[in-house]
Design a protein. Structure first.
Length: 318
């Protein structure tokens, strides 16, 4: 079973582990996490989003304490980054229209920050220190006298906040019957780079997409799980004229869109849980907001990866 904790839930868990919350509930949660993760039946992977959000914490001690809890329960296991997942989904979606497109397997779970960010693994002498290097990415290293990485730029966060904040004014420039087409075009433009790379890899001419026609172009988006959830969330924003975009929306959306499609259980804040479940939307993952419900399996639920060309590489660190 793959369990994804949103950043705020990792922070809540860290407070429990470090006895900042020493309630009976907190002790039960920590005991359940320790026992279940130790048995090896559950993976609690980190994503690139977790690394970035943790690096934004200005207080070094807080950053290191949170990182230590993340390492303790993730065991260095990470989930594939958004670009790798989008490329995989594009190949699967396009293969239904172009027989020359043969989807590669997606390695959903792997090791360390390199896997999360789609970077090459450590090679040569550094590979012998992989565990220490990966741990230091979250906790810093006293032996090496380095702090955990720090990251301050908010440019992409601001851009996405402004994007969501402008949706209502922009929709008014179009007749209502074109709003859906506009969202499809927006989502297609958002994946222009990976789309171009996939088309080049399989020698698809530039006019190939245009020749599909409107209905089949929409089907390409519909056949991509993460794009389908992104479409759903955009629709929820458009339905709510009072929606207030937040600086945290980019990380919330990026992390939870991917997790809701490929994990078994997602634990997140109420706002995003509500967004994901509105309008009868069915996620692949069970969406919860309470850490105590983390390991209550749905009867008959399939583990992530069953029924699709996804493989995991989750031996972890020992």
């Amino acid at each position: 079973m793959i369990v994804y904790l949103d950043q705020n839930k990792w922070i809540e868990l860290a407070r429990m582990v470090n006895r900042r919350d020493d309630s009976n509930r907190a002790r039960r949660v920590v005991r359940d996490f320790d026992a279940t993760v130790e048995r090896g039946t559950v993976s609690v992977p980190l994503s690139a989003i977790h690394y970035m959000e943790t690096a934004r914490i200005s207080n070094v001690s807080r950053r290191s304490r949170l990182g230590a809890v993340m390492w303790r329960y993730s065991k260095g296991i990470t989930i594939a980054g958004y670009p790798a997942v989008v490329q995989y989904e594009l190949e699967v979606a396009l293969s239904k229209h172009f027989p020359q497109v043969v989807p590669h397997e997606l390695t959903l779970l792997g090791r360390g920050s390199a896997h999360a960010f789609g970077m090459p693994s450590l090679r040569g002498l550094l590979s012998h220190f992989e565990e220490e290097v990966e741990r230091s990415m979250l906790t810093g290293s006293k032996a090496l006298n380095i702090d955990p990485p720090s990251f301050r730029s908010s440019r992409h966060q601001e851009n996405f906040k402004n994007h969501l904040g402008s949706l209502h004014s922009r929709k008014n420039d179009l007749p209502k019957h074109l709003w859906e087409n506009w969202l499809y075009a927006t989502l297609m433009a958002d994946i222009a780079q990976p789309l171009s790379e996939v088309m080049q890899r399989f020698d698809l001419p530039a006019e190939a997409l245009g020749n599909l026609g409107e209905a089949r172009l929409k089907k390409v988006i519909d056949d991509m799980p993460t794009r389908r959830v992104d479409f759903h969330l955009h629709k929820q924003v458009l339905k709510n004229p009072n929606y207030l975009s937040r600086i945290t929306d980019l990380e919330d959306w990026a992390g939870l869109i991917l997790a809701s499609c490929y994990c078994d259980v997602v634990i997140c804040e109420k706002h995003m849980a509500s967004m994901l479940q509105r309008g009868g939307h069915q996620s692949r993952a069970r969406i919860e907001t309470n850490l105590e419900k983390t390991f209550l399996l749905v009867d008959g639920a399939q583990p992530a990866g069953v029924g699709c060309a996804v493989r995991t590489r989750n031996k972890g660190y020992h």
